[in-house]
Design a protein around this ligand. Sequence first.
Ligand code: ADP
Ligand code: GLC
Length: 486
Amino acid sequence: MSIHKILFVTSEAHPLIKTGGLADVSGSLPAALKTLRRDIRILMPAYKSARARIGRHTRKAQLKAPGFPDDIAVLEGHLPGTRIPVWLVDSPRHFDRDGGPYADSQGRDWPDNAERFTVFNRIAELLALNQAGLDWQPDIVHCNDWQSGLTPALLARSTPRPATVFTIHNLAYQGLFNWETFQGLHLPGDLWSMHAMEFYGQFSFIKGGIAFADMLNTVSPQYAREICTPEFGCGLENLLSQRADRLAGILNGADYSQWNPARDPHLAANYNPFTTEKKKINKRQLQKLYNLPIDDGVPLIGLVGRLVEQKGFDLLLAILPQLFQRRVQVVVLGSGDKSLEHRLEMAVREYPDKLGAHIGYNEALAHQVEGGADMFLMPSRYEPCGLNQIYSLRYGTLPIVRRTGGLANTVVDATEENLARGTATGIVFDEALPGALLHGIDRALALYSQPKPWKKVVFNAMQQDFSWRRSARQYLDLYRKAQAVR
Ligand code: ADP
Ligand code: GLC
């Protein structure tokens, strides 16, 4: 059996729409698979912003989702700057609105999310079975996160059918809806069963992917082990353990065409491992942008990310009084939890010469933080893979990370031994506790104060290669296994 045609089902893809790392992965893994000569198509909802960015497109099909009156079109365009076809599921009532893909501009989940993503998955099902009139039969349907978790469950009911793969990017977001909502989705009634998608009295989209996909994976080997334990399994650890023989861990790659300090158009100065002294031009620019004192010598720590419990921003807030007794500056870019945003803004008022914060989403600034900071902090409570630490390595912005998930798989701690061996690439600390974080930062500051070993670690970090090639091959292996066990 060969794997040639792949339908990649996702709810976000950079540069069409992005809330986090899933968009980075969906915008770059398909390209890596295409380089391996596969015919891959991305399927996504036709959000207003995605439609606007896709450029010229054609209407390929007109169909209905079972149970819903809407006329739904499949629009075909391309991922900007590539030759990868994108199919957008155009159901205007569900997707043609301002705001984010899952929530309105105030951060409130769309009240009709269950219906929106049911319609999306129903169309995925029709395309997967070549019943949408497009004359294209995929060999593999690759679904991602809860928003496409229903597709493997629906496909499991058909024969013949393509093999299915489900990737867990984040187990904590499960797509849970109550019984009344489920009744309005016009889905087969037997999906509401503990052996199917019912989960402690709710309908769980993610469980559809986990229970029914032929093969499963998550985005790092470490997180694949962690999610089989109660601490990280979010209640799904038993099901995941039962399916452990179907569960792989494949590390995300980085798209170095987007994240490369030597060519990054957002930076004031481009640099490579041999010209890192130019980094200070970016540092000054960053200090200016954040209204901090311009100072080449003060260590500057950057953070970029969704302001949510996962990312451990509260741990940073807890140590600020002690941290700012040291000579150090911190810049933050993020948005999310309103109370975290508020606490951050208050802290900036308290430490205006030490702390800068930009609340919001800003792609250019994310690159400038990578290019200008000396260190990059990720004190995550859990981290399925994490991309920013991988970008930080390439930017010579030494990551300070907690030993969890993909962070543990990508950063090599600067212990004396690893320094002596020349393998160190950053600082790794163990506990999700303020004291442990402060100790980690202190270790980073101590290393920074010794220019020679610091530069060596920076050089080594910049040589690390997390490009997609290897991971894309691992996905092909996973696809083969999915076909074999189907
Ligand atoms: P997650 O997917 O959990 O959010 P990742 O580290 O995998 O975490 O990916 C986050 C991606 O989103 C990175 O590309 C990061 O630069 C980007 N990002 C997160 N928050 C912001 C923001 N406020 N502005 C710009 N980019 C952001
Ligand atoms: C998720 C995870 C993050 C991962 C990303 C892409 O949002 O939180 O760790 O890198 O998905 O797989």
